[in-house]
Each structure stands twice: as structure tokens, then as C-alpha cells.
Design a protein around this ligand. Structure first.
Ligand code: GAP
Length: 387
């Protein structure tokens, strides 16, 4: 494995310069372990979460989605074993004022909110096993040494599924989620992921089997996502069980959990996409982001800024596309070459230029980010070409 720390510095710098990720509280010197997402970073993150929701929840008919509170009754994290096993890593919070003060903690995984709502989900939806509940949300860990940009932070987001199964079927479902994780990596353009069978001594307190999905970061191979068999550990701790209404039998379901950090996913996506090459004799930097997650799908340019007829035609094309595709950008700043480079750098797959021929024959130039190739295409065919 070739380690190239230079790439990391380049990514951090690109992210700041182009509005993907800023250090939190930067004007006060920053704050270790905290980062802010800018405009393009937020859209990229939203796009990744959208694909996750589609594949892990909405494409299926055995999944529910939820959004549970970050702070819970202190008993939740005591029963889950977090207070004993995570100790210092939990952020303490005081809830209430005066004599009513209670001490609780910010959650360190979204999972517990799902477990403690188990009965509510069953009463509301009457699902049959196997079924799952997924959630995306912020979690907090007071990491001793936050490091490597958004790889290890103190505030981050998780996309988690708790999948409830009959004990004897856990292996089958584990294998199924394993495949789903590999497919998801491909769909969002993460280069290669490596699977590591985590030995018992390194597993979390609740897990009987864990596979770490690892990625080759510039600072070395490290965890990207986890897939764990949590057994019946959590439901048992919270005294929850399941009634099979047909058989009239009570049991405690077992749990398979694919857990994905959003921020690490963003980092792996950016590292996989970062490309330096030469185009038309000039060096360039571009993000080879998959079309489905690129923050901007296409940018529309008038060839010249000072020709009102070109500008108004470009505005019309921009409006037409934006009606159906939200992430379209308009840019008339600087020469065309500079605009191409700016869009390449944020990973925009297509650039559309309106020139004098457009006014005659209603065709535009469509430029492909990866090859730099340009072709003439009818305005009427544009939408299909860029979706
Ligand atoms: N519910 C299971 C769980 O929380 P975990 O392995 O501790 O398992 C899951 O965390 C994922 O969350 C990791 O695979 C990683 O993507 C992300 N993650 C964990 N700690 C992180 C941190 N300090 N900064 C950023 N992401 C983190």
C-alpha cells in the first residue's frame, strides 16, 4: 500500500477552498474533533444519505425509518452498558435546572434509540420477523485523540440499521447485509473496501461477530464501516421481547447491525474521487465523483458574460434544467477554461455552454468532466443527457 500523506493535505485544502468542509470555530483557532460542512460538502453528504435511505430502507418492504432523540433518560445508556464500557468517551450533559437537574449523556451510537423504541414500532406497525429499523443521526464521542480530518472526530453522523431476526437465521442475514454494504460502496464510488474479521478481543462488548469494512486512507488502512452480530444483548438489557402472534410464542430477537459513519464515508468518497491528470497540455485536479452523488450535476455557462442574448439564453436553459434537476449551477465568471476547471474541482460531471450557434440552431456544447470531450447536443435532449 502506497502512503501519500500529500493527498490528505490536498483534500483538506480543496475542501476548505471550495466550500466542502471547514474547521469548526475557525476564527477562534478551531476546536479539535469538530468540523463544519459547507455548501458543496453538505450537498455531497445529503446525496450519500439519500442513496443509503433508498437502498437500506425505501427499496425494501421489511424496513422502517426513525429519528430518535440524542439525549435520553439516563437509564438507557446505563442498561445498554455504555456508561460502564464507554466511560470517559461519553459527553455528560445536565438536563433541567434547579432541583430538577438530571445527569445524562449525549448518545455515542444511534442504535439505542432504535432498541428502546422496539415495542412502539411493533405496536404501531405489527411487523413480522425479520424486520429492521434504520436511522441517520448525530452521535458524540469524547475521543482522546481526534485525528485525520473527518476520519476521527468528536461529533459525527451515523447511518445505522438494527435488523431483528430469529436467532437461528442470523448468519444468513449477516451475509445478506455484507453484500448490501459492498454494493453500496460501489454505488457511491468508493474504490476498494477490504473486509476484516475482527478478533474477539477487539470486538465491542455487545458483539459476537464483527466485520470491519476497511479503506486504504493515505495514512494507512483503517475502519470505514462495521457489520456486527449484536445477538440479543440489547433487547435483553432493556427487557424487551417479541410476541409471534400466530404461534403465540414470546422470544427475544437477535440483531444484525450494519453501522456506517457518514463522515468517514464522505472522506472515502473524496479520496476515491481525487484525480490529478493533464488535459489539453494543462495539469488539472478533479473529483471523479459518481454522477448520483456529485454536489452539482451540471453547470450552465453563457460563452461571454457581456452578450445579453447569450446570457438570457443561458439563463433560460438553466431554468429549464433546474425545474427537474435541483443541483444545476449557473456560472458566467471568468473565461470558459477557468469555469471548466472550477467545476472539475468540485466534481461536476457536465458543463453546458451556450454560444452564438445556440441562438441559430438551439444546440449547446456538452462537456464531459472525465474526458474533456465536447459534443453538440440539442437543448431539447439536454435533460436526458445529464440525468
Ligand atoms: N452502533 C455500532 C457502532 O457505533 P462503531 O464501530 O463504534 O459501531 C460505527 O461505529 C461507525 O461510526 C464506524 O465504522 C465509523 O464509520 C464511524 N465512527 C466511529 N467513531 C468515529 C469517529 N470518532 N469519527 C468519525 N466516525 C466514527
Amino acid at each position: 500500500m502506497i502512503q501519500d500523506l500529500g493527498i490528505m493535505e490536498k483534500i483538506v485544502s480543496l475542501c476548505k477552498r471550495r466550500g466542502f468542509v471547514f474547521p469548526s470555530s475557525e476564527i477562534y483557532g478551531g476546536f479539535a474533533g469538530f468540523w463544519n460542512y459547507g455548501h458543496y460538502g453538505t450537498i455531497l453528504k445529503e446525496n450519500i444519505k439519500r442513496v443509503w435511505k433508498q437502498r437500506f430502507i425505501f427499496d425494501r418492504d421489511d424496513m422502517f425509518i426513525t429519528d430518535t432523540s440524542i439525549i435520553s433518560n439516563p437509564k438507557v445508556l446505563e442498561s445498554s452498558g455504555h456508561v460502564t464500557n464507554f466511560g470517559n468517551e461519553l459527553f455528560k450533559v445536565q438536563v433541567g435546572t434547579g432541583e430538577e437537574v438530571a445527569t445524562s449523556h449525549l448518545r455515542a451510537e444511534t442504535a439505542q434509540g432504535i432498541f428502546v423504541d422496539f415495542k412502539n414500532v411493533i405496536d404501531a406497525h405489527h411487523p413480522k420477523l425479520p424486520f429492521g429499523v434504520g436511522q441517520i443521526g448525530k452521535v458524540f464521542r469524547n475521543e482522546i485523540s481526534p485525528r485525520d480530518f473527518i476520519f476521527r472526530t468528536r461529533e459525527f453522523e451515523q447511518m445505522e440499521v438494527e435488523y431483528f431476526v430469529k436467532e437461528e437465521e442470523w448468519e444468513k442475514h449477516f451475509e445478506n447485509w455484507r453484500e448490501i454494504l459492498n454494493n453500496f460502496a460501489k454505488e457511491i464510488g468508493i474504490g476498494k473496501v477490504h473486509e476484516l474479521e475482527v478478533p474477539e478481543e477487539d470486538r465491542a462488548h455487545y458483539s459476537k461477530r464483527t466485520i470491519d469494512f476497511q479503506f486504504d486512507y493515505p495514512f494507512g488502512r483503517g475502519e470505514l464501516w462495521g457489520l456486527a452480530y449484536r445477538t440479543d444483548f440489547d433487547l435483553k438489557n432493556h427487557n424487551l421481547d417479541y410476541l409471534d402472534e400466530e404461534a403465540g410464542v414470546r422470544s427475544v430477537p437477535h440483531v444484525v447491525e450494519p453501522s456506517l459513519g457518514v463522515d468517514r464515508t464522505v472522506l472515502a468518497v473524496l479520496l476515491s474521487a481525487y484525480t490529478e491528470d493533464e488535459l489539453g497540455g494543462e495539469k488539472r485536479v478533479y473529483l471523479k465523483l459518481n454522477k448520483n452523488i456529485a454536489p452539482i450535476r451540471a453547470a450552465v455557462f453563457p460563452l461571454l458574460k457581456n452578450k445579453p442574448e447569450l446570457v438570457s439564453k443561458a439563463r433560460a436553459v438553466y431554468k429549464m434544467l433546474k425545474k427537474d434537476i435541483a443541483n444545476i449551477e449557473f456560472d458566467d465568471n471568468g473565461n470558459i477554461g477557468k469555469r471548466y476547471r472550477r467545476q472539475d474541482e468540485i466534481g461536476t460531471p457536465y458543463c453546458i455552454t451556450i454560444d452564438f450557434d445556440t441562438l441559430e440552431d438551439d444546440t449547446v456544447t456538452l462537456r464531459d468532466r472525465d474526458t474533456g470531450e465536447q459534443k453538440r447536443i440539442k437543448v431539447a435532449d439536454l435533460k436526458e443527457a445529464v440525468v
